[in-house]
Design a protein around this ligand. Structure first.
Ligand code: BGC
Length: 852
């Protein structure tokens, strides 16, 4: 599935900070009917205004016009990676959906927001309505997970902050963001049929958490994933979509399927899906599960009219929500997802298509290169720097060693969707999350440039990772030896060097470990630069006394070399913090990819998330993993040092501190908009209409009878009566606003500390706050981080606000968040293992701690 996208300056940044199982029938909690969006229960002005416009708009649509907005026109049927039908009568073109999230694991809120704005502006400039990102699924349960690099790392708090900032940035530029992949799509092997068994607590405290932040940030769309959850496919899972997302989290936008992740007509409609992508694929009659099949299902009463109305109101509410202010109009797509040539077919899937100009090559890059360079530099994590070898100052000579430093032969986009290795420096992963590089500054190019400025006399540039004698010779003759190594990962429609999306192992690719050892064997000033999608096994590198410095540069995008040189030469004082643990051995992590060897029944792979909330650093803090931790979560060095002092904890008094009023009551009944015109002949194609085969249309195939059913359609009797019940429904206790109960976001504690720069150069610290919630909770969990820029000897106060959600656990019985009776603590430090300050937390107003 080649998402040949335009643009997007890949801005991968690296972080700167940094049981109830069962089958469909035993969904843990009632997920029917699918919640309808109504402003009655949602106190969010942005949605309220958009909803009112959507209702007015949808009320004037015919049945087939409504269906047309819910269903994709088919794979490669139009210019974008996903396209819906439009409303020609109203001059309203269909929606253009386009990848992708572009790998981020970053950093500071400001940069996250700026990155989102830049992404939004570029997508808008290309005429895209919906950007298919950001991603916090996979979260990163397993370090080998192929698509982890598209997201923000395995800590849900960090991922939630990054999701919210990115979404607000994107949507501020008139483009609907899409939080994906919802949910538990944690590996690429078997992603299309793996059945993930998860308990309710882990769901809430880990995997759902960043999606709550996305919904709270006002995200317009959510993409349901390929996998099953507790027996039911994500895109027809009434627990995850109806109960959790639309009811508990109060999501007011629309849910689209991942490409081909829809499996039935009725199950998906009743299970809460609102838009089918790419739209084709289904029983022969309509060759689609929706389109004409959905029109039939509505006419038969198998899908209630209110459910269809709700789908379309959700789609249009998201549309009106972002199309405000300067962005009321929308440019048409001016590119093709399917070719980089100027001319091409308008409807590539059809042999009746006209050929025309499909790529206008509108340059949307603006000044984003500067931001991308800053993101790349500030996201680099300096893992080791013995004897302050870095920053470099006019070194006597340099050796540049390794394929990963080099320009990709054939250009940066030579490999479709970046799916090859080796092929020069690695600056993004592979799959649909990629973008076309406008250019790529390799490390070698940027280093040559710097050396020329400095007059650094000798540069030995050795490209082959396999020619160890040449590497040794180059390293031996240079005062500083820079050795580059990489690994990559991606989506499983591509297999790269035998890795089908997920990494086969956690070692460096292409002889990288041997190359580093060879270089270090002859040069005590060896600097190792790593471009990898996540952790690799680097204990031997960390322990090698000749390896003086290690930098993890992640996947930095088009300004890769420039950002790296900024850090190597001290123009940017490194401030990246690792968003995951670097453990010593592969077996140390609590979970691994379920591959062919591990699946008991490869036709029906079932995967229990038995480690629960003990993922990544939470597991290692508990003593998991025999080999130990090489570099902990949140770790990263800089060229200066910081001192922490004066921790204060203020319990907020008054309304915010005590009461957490339960949400009670009922919704109104499901609203209906417009009328369904009487007579089957009203729902067939207009006379004389010329179809473009195999385009998906919303019309009935004939006006004589309704014939849908069988095949993938689903049988109406499989669903409980509740699935079609449009009467008023009880509101869930933890709901009440986008993101869940508004009381969850009230600040209960304000924590401050003083941070002083005690080094000789200006630098930026990323102080981190962890909480210990007591009882059966990990020690500790990230609940705050900030960016503090300090001149030498300067002191600043860092402030962390702890919300009710931050100090609560999910109570599976009451189905609500609850502050337990266990005494609680806060820790402030430089990483999860380097805590400088700590304090107990006083119990909230009206509570006492009963256990310690
Ligand atoms: C991926 C999605 C992507 C879609 C469209 C799917 O295979 O899982 O992330 O947005 O394709 O390219």
């Amino acid at each position: 599935m080649a998402a040949t996208t335009f643009l997007l300056s890949l801005l991968s940044l690296l972080l700167l900070l940094l049981t109830a199982a069962g089958n469909a029938a035993d969904t843990p909690f009632p997920g029917f009917p699918s919640p309808w969006t109504t402003v009655a229960n949602i106190s969010d002005p942005a949605w309220t205004a958009a909803y009112a416009k959507a209702v007015e708009f949808v009320s004037g649509l015919t049945l087939t016009e409504k269906v047309n907005l819910t269903t994709g026109t088919g794979w490669e049927a139009d210019r974008c990676i996903g396209n819906t039908g439009g409303l020609p009568r109203l001059g309203f073109r269909g929606f253009c959906l386009m990848d992708g999230p572009l790998g981020v694991r970053n950093s500071i809120r400001r940069l996250m927001r700026l990155r989102g704005e830049a992404l939004g502006a570029e997508f808008r400039g290309k005429g895209v309505d919906v950007m298919l990102g950001p991603a916090s699924g996979p979260l990163g349960r397993v370090p080998q997970g192929g698509r982890n690099w598209e997201g923000f790392g395995p800590d849900p708090y960090l991922a939630g902050v990054a999701m919210a900032e990115t979404i607000q940035g994107i949507q501020s530029r008139g483009v609907i963001a899409c939080a994906k992949h919802y949910i538990l799509n944690e590996q690429e092997h078997y992603r299309g049929n793996i059945d993930v068994r998860i308990d309710d607590r882990t769901m809430h405290e880990l995997y759902l958490w960043p999606f709550a932040d996305a919904v709270r940030a006002g995200v317009g769309s959510v993409m349901c994933s390929y996998n099953k959850i507790n027996g039911t496919y994500a895109c027809e899972n009434e627990w995850t979509t109806n109960y959790l997302l639309k009811n508990e989290l109060g999501f007011q936008g629309f849910v689209m399927s991942d490409w081909g992740a829809q499996h039935t007509t009725l199950g998906s409609a009743l299970g809460g899906l609102d838009m089918a992508m790419p739209g084709d694929g289904g029983p022969p009659l309509y060759r689609a599960l929706w389109g004409g099949a959905l029109t039939e299902a509505v006419l038969r009463g198998d899908v209630p009219e209110w459910r269809l109305d709700d789908m379309v109101v959700r789609i249009m509410a998201a549309y009106f929500k972002v199309h405000t202010g300067d962005y009321t109009s929308r440019p048409a797509p001016n590119f093709s997802a399917w070719t980089n040539k100027t001319m091409g077919p308008l409807h590539p899937s059809s042999n009746q298509s006209t050929t025309t100009v499909v790529n206008e090559f509108v340059n949307v890059q603006a000044d984003h290169a500067t931001l991308i360079r800053e993101l790349g530099a500030k996201s680099i994590v300096l893992l080791k720097n013995t004897n302050n070898l870095l920053p470099l100052t006019k070194p006597a000579s340099l050796a540049i060693i390794g394929d990963d430093a080099q320009d990709p032969p054939g250009g940066p986009n030579a490999c479709p969707d970046r799916g090859c290795f080796p092929g020069g420096t690695v600056a993004m992963g592979y799959g649909s999350g990629t973008a076309e590089f406008p250019y790529l500054i390799s490390p070698a190019t940027a280093l040559y440039h710097q050396a020329a400025l400095d007059g650094t006399p000798i540069i030995t540039n050795t490209t082959s990772n396999w020619n160890l004698p040449a590497a040794r010779a180059a390293a031996a003759s240079a005062s500083v030896a820079l050795v580059f190594a990489a690994a990559t990962a991606g989506e499983n429609y591509l297999t790269v060097a035998t890795n089908a999306g997920d990494r086969n192992n956690l070692t460096l690719w292409g002889n990288g470990d041997a190359l580093i050892a060879a270089v270090a064997s002859v040069n005590p000033n060896t600097v190792v630069v790593l471009h990898t999608p996540g952790p690799v096994l680097l204990e031997h590198i960390a322990n090698n006394p000749n390896v003086s410095a290690i930098l993890w540069a992640g996947f930095p995008g088009q300004e890769s070399g420039n950002g790296l040189v900024d850090v190597l030469y001290g123009r940017v004082n490194p401030q990246g913090r690792s968003p995951f643990v670097w453990a010593a051995q592969e077996g140390d992590w609590p979970a691994r990819v379920m591959d062919e060897e591990e699946a008991e029944d490869p036709r029906r792979p079932v995967q229990g998330f038995g480690e629960g909330v003990w993922v990544d650093y939470r597991w290692f803090q508990k003593g998991g993993g025999r080999g130990g931790v090489v570099y902990p979560f949140g770790f990263g060095l800089g060229y200066t040092r910081f001192r922490y002092a004066n921790l204060t904890v203020v319990r907020q008094e008054g309304a915010a501190a005590g009461a957490y009023e339960l949400v009670e009551g009922v919704t109104g009944p499901a609203p209906r908009y417009g009328v369904v015109e009487e007579g089957l002949e009203m729902h067939v194609a207009p006379e004389g209409f010329e179809r473009i085969s195999p385009y998906v249309y919303p019309w009935l195939n004939n006006s004589e009878s309704l014939v849908v059913g069988g095949g993938g359609a689903g049988n109406s009797s499989e669903f409980p009566a509740a699935a079609r019940d449009g009467s008023a429904q009880p509101v869930l206790p933890a709901s009440g606003a986008p993101g869940g109960h508004p009381g969850l976001y009230e600040v209960l504690y304000t924590v401050t500390a003083l941070i002083t720069n005690i080094g000789k150069v200006k630098g930026t610290d990323i102080p981190q706050l962890y909480v210990q919630l007591g009882g059966d909770n990990p020690w500790g969990i990230l609940r705050g981080f900030d960016e503090v820029e300090l001149e030498p000897e300067e002191t600043k106060t860092v402030t962390f606000n702890l919300t009710r959600r931050d100090v609560s656990n999910w109570n599976t019985t009451t189905q609500n968040w609850e502050i337990t009776d266990w005494g609680k603590f806060v820790f402030v430090g430089s990483n999860v293992r380097d805590i400088h300050l700590n304090s107990s937390l006083p119990a909230p107003v009206g509570m006492t701690w009963r256990y310690s």
